[in-house]
Design a protein around this ligand. Structure first.
Ligand code: ARG
Length: 570
């Protein structure tokens, strides 16, 4: 348990004993306080009725009697507030962070539990558009956060590798393809884009594409051979992108995995929920669903659909992983689809249906080419790298950066900018992508956090490294206390982020840490005695270096959980 949690727990136990209530009832009410009021706060409103007393009277009564080691307790109106006793608190937090290193904020609450995370999941033979960044980086961060808390994580890249788009590529290849380049993803994407346009204008061509997919579903060996080639080329094409983002999936599989299991799941649905024919198609009507359209399980030409495959996939995941949670990190646009799939599972009598969750997210605006085409994710990352390179060179020329590898640094900063630019937003908010905003070295950006981390690293290296032992009693500046408090709240941010499937909570917490850090280390600009590397006083200097070390660790852990590189020099 983190130092912050221990103190929270001690405060809650004290309150519970004084009130004669179980601690489980009190604990959820204890919240971090506004800094001006202390560290923890307990509202007494909920007790007024049973105690027949006004909340301020309850609060002052509790404050007068309550004694908890490590806390000073005071009433403020209807609240009972607690402030951590500075000395022991600072020492405990620094020891905690520096002892844990890259494990800071980790935990065991997930031990023995499994969470399945379906994320990224692009459609094969189509380009990976920039908007795909959302599921990809959200899923990656959620996987990291859960792993940090001890969960077993089964990350699945569930490829859209079955469907008419292969027909389009195949039919398109006859017209626009170059046989020599048939393993080249970029070429296939080009063919796909052209074929898609042709199909819209030319019904005969469209029918050709459909017919090809039907042949795939009927098991036609030639069609399947070609499909396999396209699939492999696409996968090989995706690989560099995932490597670049530092993503490794536990499983890369796709819709095609369920091709042989369609009849079985349809039969089970027919038996448990009931199906009916409608214009030659097979549909399932959902009981309890008011105005929703029925789910289509099979089209009139006998081909199966996305929903049918997701039903089979959900069952398969249960059988393989016995998950505690099965997450689908997919755009909010697919809400109806998942609501229907989960409801069918429930009515089928799957007791685990309630463990399935659609983790939704909003849209990105401001990111399409003038012609309205999709912007490729790779192109955005390349552009970010190019823009970062300009800035890095500028900073290098001005003597602010000392590195002999500007190219690597530019790639790391570009990635940090784009990934953080996405993750800092609440996942369900729609945001507008803005190059200037995302790439700035100041403000709420990835490069700003990376810079803060590098700054901490450079303090440590200029100060001769992190000291083994330091006397935290030398940390007496209010800015130092505020910074330690921000560090102490990091484990809590990790937990609230994982619980709400909201990595942005970690993102905003890191911004707070960086802001508190910058308020502290800039003090020395005005007053030499407040410099981190203060020369006159070895004891204070060591304590400050230990604090800089704890900042470095916290930023490094937090950025890594978000999937953002942490260069040491920039
Ligand atoms: N391939 C789909 C798409 O790009 C996303 C798949 C999400 N996962 C799922 N199990 N349906 O829209």
């Amino acid at each position: 348990m983190s130092v912050h949690d221990q103190l929270t727990q001690a405060f809650a136990s004290g309150l519970a004993t004084a009130l004669g209530l179980p601690v489980e009832d009190v604990l959820p009410l204890v919240k971090p306080a506004e800094p001006a009021h202390g560290d923890l706060s307990f509202p007494t409103f909920g007790l007024a009725k049973t105690l027949r007393k006004a909340p301020p009277a309850i609060a002052s009564g509790l404050a007068a009697t309550l004694q908890v080691p490590g806390l000073s307790i005071q009433a403020a109106g209807p609240y009972v507030n607690a402030r951590f006793s500075s000395g022991p608190f600072l020492a405990a937090v620094l020891a905690e962070v520096r002892g844990a290193q890259q494990r800071y904020g980790s935990g065991v609450e997930g031990a023995g539990k499994t969470v399945v995370i379906d994320y990224s999941s692009p459609n094969i033979a189509k380009p990976i558009g920039f908007h795909h960044i959302r599921t990809t980086v959200l899923g990656h961060a959620l996987a990291n956060l859960h792993r940090h808390l001890g969960y077993r994580v089964e990350g699945i890249n569930y490829l859209g590798d079955w469907g008419k788009q292969f027909g389009l590529v195949a039919a398109g290849f006859e017209v626009f393809g170059d046989v020599a380049r048939r393993h080249d993803m970029a070429h296939l994407v080009d063919v796909y884009v052209k074929a898609n346009a042709r199909a819209e204008a030319d019904p005969a061509f469209d029918e050709k594409a459909r017919a090809f997919f039907r042949r795939m579903e009927q098991g036609d060996a030639d069609a399947l051979k070609l499909w396999k080639e396209f699939r492999e080329a696409s996968l090989a094409g995706f690989e560099p992108l995932y490597a670049r983002l530092g993503i490794r999936f536990e499983h890369i599989e796709g819709e095609s995995r369920y091709e042989g299991r369609m009849e079985q799941i349809i039969a089970e649905i027919a038996r448990t929920v009931g199906v009916r024919e409608s214009d030659g198609a097979l549909v399932v009507d959902l009981p309890y669903a008011e105005n929703d359209p029925p789910i289509l399980l099979k089209k009139s030409d006998g081909s199966t659909l996305y929903a049918t495959r997701d039903l089979a996939a959900a069952e398969d995941r249960w059988e393989r992983f016995h998950f505690d949670r099965s997450l689908y990190v997919v755009a909010r646009d697919q809400s109806l689809h998942f609501a229907q799939v989960f409801r069918v599972l429930k009515v089928m009598g799957k007791p685990w249906a309630d463990r399935c969750l659609h983790v939704t997210f909003g849209r990105i605006a401001g990111m399409s080419t003038r012609k309205g085409e999709v912007v490729l994710l790779t192109d955005v990352l390349d552009e970010a790298r190019a823009l970062a390179l300009d800035k890095v060179r500028e900073n290098q020329a001005a003597g602010r950066i000392h590195t002999d590898n500007v190219e690597t640094l530019a790639e790391q900063v570009g990635l940090g900018a784009v990934v953080f630019g996405d993750l800092k937003n609440r996942r369900n908010s729609d945001y507008t992508f803005d190059w200037d905003e995302v790439l700035s070295f100041e403000g709420h950006t990835g490069p700003y956090l990376q810079y803060a981390h590098a700054r901490a690293c450079s303090l440590l290296s200029r100060g001769g490294g992190a000291p083994e032992a330091a006397d935290s009693a030398a940390l007496t500046l209010p800015e130092e206390e505020a910074l330690v408090r921000a560090l102490a709240l990091f484990p809590r941010a990790v937990r609230t982020a994982a619980d709400a499937y909201e990595p942005s909570f970690v993102a905003s917490h890191l911004l707070e840490v960086a802001a508190a850090f910058s308020r502290w280390y800039t003090l020395g600009n005005q007053d030499r005695s407040k410099r981190v590397l203060v020369e006159e006083d070895a004891r204070t200097r060591a304590a400050r270096l230990a604090l800089a070390d704890a900042v470095r660790i916290t930023l490094s852990v937090g950025l890594s959980l978000l999937g953002i590189p942490t260069p040491e020099n920039m």
